[in-house]
Design a protein around this ligand. Sequence first.
Ligand code: 5GP
Length: 126
Amino acid sequence: MPVNGLPPYDDSNIFARILRGEIPCKKIYEDSFVLAFHDINPQAPTHILVIPRGKYCSFADFSATASEAEITGFIRAVGKIARDLGLETPGYRLLANMGEHSGQEVPHFHIHLFAGRPLGRMLPTA
Ligand code: 5GP
């Protein structure tokens, strides 16, 4: 069920529960700014979710209200994860859904990192 991606933040969302350790995840990387783990329903051979530790509903919320340190820490972590996994060659795709038309389902900001095969066109043609 798509969400609108706007505050207020819902503390009961699934990624908030993963961050609190209430639900397990297959962790790939963590630091003081982010947690990265495998998507439960992968759409590519590599499908990783990177989420900030802070309570942000979406990219819109994160980009408008996160601190400079959180934004820098998040972006650097995404790049590091891809680099450390050897994904820079032959490449990868980042995707962030925001709001109902994007199909965002979890109201905690996350970036999808896809890799492991040619990823086709950016959007389905239909
Ligand atoms: P969105 O549509 O919000 O951009 O993407 C949400 C993603 O979260 C989906 O790709 C979905 O498979 C993933 N997801 C939903 N629930 C869980 C969960 O409990 N664990 C993990 N690892 N991924 C989840």
